[in-house]
Design a protein around this ligand. Structure first.
Ligand code: ZN
Ligand code: ZN
Length: 418
């Protein structure tokens, strides 16, 4: 092999370069320093994800056109589809929430599925078209914003809240949506990005032949497709395989993360002070904040659910804020302590972020279903907008933080003992 960089792989969590040869299907290559997954080879990387993504699309169509849930109180009936919640929020002037719910539950997952099918079909051609790489890159960007599994948990919380006061009927769309979630998760698990990139890459193989020594000076791992190339000169370079801009580290990572965290911390106050929704029953309105919603669940004896909502809406945003501040400060000080633990903390913060949306989704469902005039109506509150902003800002903050900077800082301070 004349290509000295082809087998190199940069760990996206600690920045260590590894030489990873072809690995057996079904096995995983991990970072020797921080245990992050470097490469995972799937059994059937082209057919299985395609079949699963196609089934998810078919179920999605059912979920969109069929009734989702209906409610019956004292002879009055309301039926809701997937669109009812966002529509009502928009009517109440909270278009930001309406947009967020529509994007995370409909637009992003749908686009992601369509793009996945498109790429997996395109890759079967002998000469995959060049624009496939742009579309495959999109999938990476859409993934964090596709939140069907969180939405379904929100539906579950809303259902348990409603089932006491009314007759709730679950529609076909809800089961179909559950199916979409399962098929999408399975498709994600079956997808092998490295195998797909290699297929898309075939046409430009002859460009950028790497010869000579295997030194990693100026070597940079692409943050999108993982290909390692050499950065020469000062002009911004693009990855020869996927076309993303190459950076040794995420640009302005520390300043950007601080700014996003600060904004999130400020909005955390109104998110907890203002009502996220108001329950109007027999002409009397009771405003609900995040915490009073949890209290209510606890009073009704639904302890597991109260704990779940408390964890998702109170603990997780706090964990993200405090966790990221700890990582930023430790990086600034060049700390060498608990590097591996901090890297694990980063992975947790990145993973749990989306689950805070449970409350937002629950509100969207309650608002869409409970609209029986004076008898019972639920209106969204301004607190929900602040709360959703906190979730989004902390997700962006976690995304802009580069965990490799913690290892760099420790190395600069003299060694990276953990
Ligand atoms: Zn690592
Ligand atoms: Zn790339």
């Amino acid at each position: 092999m004349p290509d000295s960089l082809a087998e190199l792989r940069e760990c996206h969590d600690c920045g260590l370069f590894h030489r990873v040869g072809p690995i057996e299907t079904g096995s995983v290559a991990r970072c020797l320093r921080c245990n992050a997954v470097l490469l995972r080879a799937r059994h059937d990387p082209f057919d299985r994800p395609l079949a699963l993504a196609l089934s998810a699309l078919a179920l999605f169509a059912v979920a969109i056109f069929m009734p989702f849930m209906s409610l019956n109180i004292g002879g009055q009936q309301v039926a809701a589809s997937l669109f009812t919640g966002p529509e009502r929020m928009e009517q109440q002037g909270l278009w930001q929430l309406a947009l967020l719910v529509t994007v995370t539950t409909l637009v992003a997952p749908m686009l992601k599925l369509l793009a996945t099918v498109y790429v997996l079909v395109g890759v079967r051609q002998r000469q995959p078209p060049a624009h496939l790489r742009v579309i495959f890159r999109w999938i990476e960007h859409l993934t964090p914003w596709s939140m069907i599994e969180v939405y379904l948990l929100g539906v579950f919380v809303a259902y348990t809240k409603l089932v006491d006061m009314a007759q709730v009927h679950v529609g076909i769309a809800l089961f179909a949506f559950g199916g979409v979630m399962l098929a999408m998760t399975a498709a994600d698990a079956a997808l092998d990005p490295e195998a797909i990139w290699r297929k898309i890459d075939r046409r430009d193989r002859r460009s950028a032949p790497e010869t000579g020594t295997t030194s990693i000076t100026n070597a940079v791992g692409c943050h999108c497709c993982g290909l390692v190339s050499r950065l020469d000169g000062h002009a911004p370079a693009c990855c020869p395989r996927c076309g993303s801009t190459l950076h040794a580290r995420k640009p302005n990572s520390i300043a950007r993360t601080w700014a996003l965290l600060l904004a999130a911390a400020i909005l955390y106050v109104p998110a907890n002070l203002y009502p996220v929704m108001t329950v109007i029953s027999l002409g009397k309105g009771t405003p609900d904040t995040i915490l009073s919603g949890v209290e209510e669940l606890a009073h009704a004896g639904m302890w597991p659910l109260a704990l779940l909502v408390f964890f998702a809406s109170v603990t997780v945003p706090m964990l993200k804020l405090i966790g990221l501040i700890v990582m930023l400060v430790a990086t600034g000080m060049g700390s060498r302590r608990r590097l591996r633990d901090r890297t694990v903390l980063y992975r947790i913060v990145e993973f749990v972020g989306r689950w805070s949306m449970i409350d937002v989704f629950m509100i969207s469902i309650l608002v869409g279903l409970v609209q029986l005039g004076n008898l019972a109506t639920i209106e969204p509150g301004i607190g929900a907008v602040s709360f959703a902003s906190v979730v989004i800002l902390t997700m962006l903050a976690a995304e802009s933080f580069d965990p490799r900077l913690m290892w760099d800082a420790a190395e600069a301070a003299g060694g990276s003992e953990s």
